[in-house]
Design a protein around this ligand. Structure first.
Ligand code: AMP
Length: 283
C-alpha cells in the first residue's frame, strides 16, 4: 500500500473523505481557500489538500470556474502540470487532493533571488513550453500563467498549478480574463483570442525571470494597457542578459499573434538549446 498514491487508487476509490487524511502544516492561502500538506492515511502518500469554503464559491459565483478547473486538471497528465488526484466535499467545504509541490512558488524563489540565472530561466521556460504544447494538443488554453501559479516540486521541477482560468476550446475565445501584466494585446482589447495568448505570456515570463519584473509594468492599469498595446519593450542593462535571450523575448512579444514564435520553435531556439536543462530539474 505504501507505494500506492491516490492517483493509482482513483479508479477503485471515488469517495474520499476527510477521514482518509491526516492534516499537516498550512502551505498557503489563496483567494478562495487554504492549502495544507496532508498524508493519505492508508498509503502514507503526501499530498496538498486545498480547502475551499462553499460560502466563498457562492459569494464569488465560481461554481463553473471551479468545476472547469477540476475537470481540466484531472484530465491532464504531464510532468510539468500539477496533478489533481481527486476531490470530495462536506456540508461547508470542497477539498481538492493535489500533488504536493515541496518547494512552493516560483514567485517566492524569484523574489528571494531578485531574478534567475539564464540556465534556470531557460529550464523553466522549456518546462512551461513542453507543458503548454501538451495542453494545446488537448485543446486547453491556460490564459493565466504567472509566477504565482507556478510551483516547484522537491527536485525543483516546475509545475503549472492552477487551472482556474483555463478553457477547453477548439474555437477562438472572447472573454476577458487573466492578470493584467501578463495579458496579450488581443485580450487587452477584448478581441477573439486563441492558443497564441499563452506564447505571449511565455515572453512576459521569460523577461520577468531574467530581469525580476514584468516588461510592461506601470503605475496604473491604464498605463500598463497602453504599454502592452504599443509593445513598449525595452531591456535594462542591469542585470546583463544575453542577446539570445533578448531575441527569444522579442520574438514572443509580437502584437500580431500569427507572427509569434511557435512552441516548437521556442524549444529549438538557440538560447533554450544552449541554456536549458532538458531533464527539467533545476536545483
Ligand atoms: P492557491 O489557493 O492555489 O492560490 O494556493 C495558495 C498557496 O498555497 C499558494 O500560493 C502556494 O504557496 C500554496 N500551494 C498551493 N497548492 C500547493 C501545492 N500543491 N503544493 C504546495 N503548495 C501549494
Amino acid at each position: 500500500m505504501a507505494s500506492q498514491n491516490p492517483a493509482e487508487e482513483e479508479n477503485s476509490k471515488q469517495n474520499w473523505s476527510l477521514q482518509d487524511f491526516e492534516i499537516g502544516k498550512p502551505l498557503g492561502r489563496g483567494k478562495f481557500g487554504r492549502v495544507y500538506v496532508a498524508r493519505e492515511v492508508k498509503s502514507n502518500f503526501v499530498v496538498a489538500l486545498k480547502i475551499i469554503f462553499k460560502e466563498q464559491i457562492d459569494k464569488y459565483k465560481i461554481h463553473h470556474q471551479l468545476r472547469r478547473e477540476m475537470e481540466i486538471q484531472t484530465s491532464l497528465r504531464h510532468p510539468n502540470i500539477l496533478r489533481l488526484y481527486g476531490w470530495f466535499h462536506d456540508t461547508d467545504r470542497v477539498f481538492l487532493i493535489l500533488e504536493y509541490a515541496h518547494k512552493g512558488e516560483v514567485y517566492k524563489e524569484m523574489r528571494k533571488k531578485g531574478h534567475f540565472t539564464e540556465k534556470q530561466a531557460a529550464t523553466y521556460i522549456l518546462s512551461l513550453t513542453k507543458a503548454l504544447t501538451y495542453c494545446h494538443e488537448k485543446h486547453v488554453i491556460h490564459r493565466d500563467i504567472k509566477p504565482e501559479n507556478l510551483l516547484l516540486d522537491h527536485e525543483g521541477r516546475l509545475k503549472i498549478g492552477d487551472f482556474g482560468w483555463s478553457v477547453q476550446s477548439k474555437s477562438k475565445r472572447h472573454t476577458m480574463c487573466g492578470t493584467l501584466d501578463y495579458l496579450a494585446p488581443e485580450m487587452v482589447e477584448n478581441k477573439a483570442h486563441d492558443y497564441a495568448v499563452d506564447n505571449w505570456t511565455l515572453g512576459i515570463l521569460c523577461y520577468e525571470f531574467l530581469f525580476g519584473a514584468p516588461p510592461f509594468e506601470a503605475e496604473s492599469q491604464a498605463d500598463t494597457f497602453k504599454r502592452i498595446m504599443k509593445v513598449d519593450l525595452s531591456f535594462p542593462s542591469n542585470p546583463s542578459v544575453s542577446l539570445d535571450a533578448k531575441s527569444l523575448i522579442s520574438r514572443l512579444l509580437v502584437k500580431d499573434s500569427l507572427r509569434r514564435l511557435s512552441l516548437q520553435k521556442i524549444m529549438e531556439h538557440p538560447w533554450i538549446v544552449k541554456n536549458a536543462d532538458f531533464s527539467g530539474i533545476c536545483l
